[in-house]
Write a new protein. Structure first.
Length: 245
C-alpha cells in the first residue's frame, strides 16, 4: 500500500482521477452551481480567493471567471496536480498564484504573505480534505476560519461518510453507473467489471478518511462559522459551507 502523503505524487493516479473519475462525478454541474450561489450570497466582496487542495484548479478558475476583479491562490502538494493547474490556468497570468503547499502541516498558512491572519474572502476545496484524519480536519477548519475576512465564506465540495453500509452500497452503485456512462460516451470499451477493479483497487482508495457531513457541519459551528449547512447532498457527495461573522 502506498502511504497517504505520496500517492498523489504518482502521475498515473493523478491523471486517472482528473480524466477518468472527476468528470463522471454525479451532479458535478449542480455542485458547482451551488458553490457559486452560496459564494454570491455571502456578505464579503470577492477580491481574494483560495483554492485549497486545488487539483487542476477547476473551482478557482470558475470563481475567477465569475469575479473578474478577483485574484486567486491555488495550493496543492501534488506536483502532477499543480502541473495540470498551470496548464488550465495559463490564460490567467497576473491574477493567480500557484503554490506547492501541504496543508496537512500545521504551519501551512505561513506560506502566505500575511501568515495566518484574515486575507481571503472565499476559500473553496473540492474532494481534498477527506484525506485528512478527523482531528486534522477540525484543526484545518479552524485555520480556514482564521484566514477568512469577516463575511468571507468557506465552501467544501466533498466526499463524506454514509451512516450505514447500505447507504455506502447505494452510493457505490450510483458512482459506478455514472463512470460507466461517462466511459461509454468517450468511446471506452472497458467492461463494467474492469471499471470497478480500476476504481476500487487503487492506492488512492486507501487514502480516504470519510466523516459524516453532519459532524463536519457541527465542527464548523463550534469554530464560529454561521449559516452553516449542507446545501446539496447526493449519497456520499456533499456541498457544505459556512460564513465567518
Amino acid at each position: 500500500m502506498v502511504i497517504n502523503d505520496t500517492i498523489w505524487q504518482n502521475d498515473d493516479i493523478a491523471q486517472h482521477y482528473l480524466t477518468g473519475v472527476r468528470g463522471a462525478i454525479p451532479l458535478a454541474a449542480e455542485q458547482l452551481d451551488v458553490m457559486l450561489r452560496v459564494v454570491h450570497a455571502a456578505p464579503a466582496i470577492v477580491t481574494n480567493i483560495l483554492d485549497l487542495g486545488c487539483g487542476d484548479g477547476i473551482l478557482g478558475q470558475l470563481l475567477l471567471d465569475h469575479y473578474p476583479q478577483a485574484k486567486a491562490t491555488f495550493i496543492d502538494f501534488s506536483e502532477p496536480m499543480l502541473k495540470s493547474a498551470q496548464i488550465r490556468l495559463a490564460d490567467y497570468t497576473g491574477r493567480i498564484s500557484i503554490m506547492n503547499v501541504d496543508y496537512s502541516q500545521q504551519d501551512w498558512t505561513y506560506h502566505f504573505p500575511h501568515g495566518n491572519v484574515s486575507q481571503f474572502d472565499v476559500i473553496v476545496s473540492g474532494f481534498s480534505i477527506h484525506h485528512q484524519p478527523d482531528k486534522r480536519k477540525q484543526e484545518l477548519y479552524a485555520e480556514i476560519f482564521n484566514l477568512l475576512t469577516p463575511g468571507g465564506i468557506f465552501v467544501n465540495i466533498e466526499h463524506v461518510a454514509s451512516h450505514t453500509s447500505w447507504g455506502k452500497q447505494l452510493f457505490d452503485e450510483a458512482f459506478i453507473d455514472s463512470i460507466v456512462a461517462d466511459q461509454r460516451r468517450s468511446g471506452s470499451v472497458q467492461s463494467r467489471e474492469e471499471i470497478i477493479q480500476r476504481l476500487f483497487n487503487t492506492d488512492d482508495q486507501y487514502a480516504n478518511i470519510l466523516a459524516p457531513v453532519e459532524d463536519q457541519c457541527d465542527w464548523l459551528r463550534e469554530i464560529g462559522f454561521v449559516n452553516v449547512d449542507c446545501y446539496l447532498k447526493f449519497f456520499e457527495l456533499a456541498v457544505f459551507a459556512g460564513i465567518k461573522p
